[in-house]
Design a protein around this ligand. Sequence first.
Ligand SMILES: CSC[C@H]1O[C@H](OP(=O)(O)O)[C@H](O)[C@@H]1O
Ligand code: ADE
Length: 293
Amino acid sequence: MSQTMIGVIGGSGVYQIDGLSGAEWISVDSPWGAPSDQILTGKLEGMPMAFLPRHGRGHVHSPTTVPYRANIDALKRLGVTDVISVSACGSFREEMAPGDFVVVDQFIDRTFAREKSFFGTGCVGHVSLAHPTCPRLGDACETAARSAGVTVHRGGTYLAMEGPQFSTLAESKMYREVWGCDVIGMTNMPEAKLAREAELCYASVAMITDYDSWHPQHGEVDITAIIETLTGNADKARALVSRLPALLGPDRAPCPHGCDRALDFAILTAPDARDAGLVAKLDAVAGRVLGHG
Ligand SMILES: CSC[C@H]1O[C@H](OP(=O)(O)O)[C@H](O)[C@@H]1O
Ligand SMILES: Nc1ncnc2[nH]cnc12
């Protein structure tokens, strides 16, 4: 049995969380570069928690330049066991309205200009991503959102686009009508892939800000309207997070879905063929299976 430590990655509009006892912004060194910002650490309802603003305070990083590997590595290095990602998203469904939350469970990755894996030449690893989010953590997010009075939808496919421009009308219609996606954003990939490689349970809460461009009554995406909705969403996100410690509990049994054992059979490179430099960089992410002390 390990101790639960929640890591929250805050998206657009969510640059801090309140109510942590012993709150302190700390710098975490990662062999994968500098994380997006310092990480806010402290305790919430007695449970250790780490909060990282994905774009940095002041919204410095674009979706393309967010240092996804450093962020996940830094959270793992701090002892985080469960990652909750909260993200501003457009909606492809009439019933998923601005202000609602969606506990996403699938992704289609259309990003193309990002580093997507901790593994590579000299240490090749392949994890399963059929179920990229953790249902146990999704349950907690759904329950927390409901008890915070938020309209929440369980399950949905998130289209991850490169950005930073929003989609064309043709793309928006294709994602909705042909690909059957439910929400769209620019950041959950490769974040979810990297969390799986790092054996972290990962849940994604999409905070709906707009109807992208497909909706005949809502016209095209408007950043001013998005920002207005974001402000209300951020308060709801903080209300959700504050309920998670009681729902997850301090003692953490192994994940029933195997997120925390994703690397058991993933690494193919023979021990004597491994690149020592890469293996050293993997100390936090894959130390459990690579034999780091
Ligand atoms: C604020 S509009 C576009 C911006 O918002 C989303 O960010 P995040 O996923 O970090 O909440 C979206 O992915 C874009 O980066
Ligand atoms: N319509 C949209 N497309 C991509 N990312 C978004 N984030 C918020 N709304 C979005």
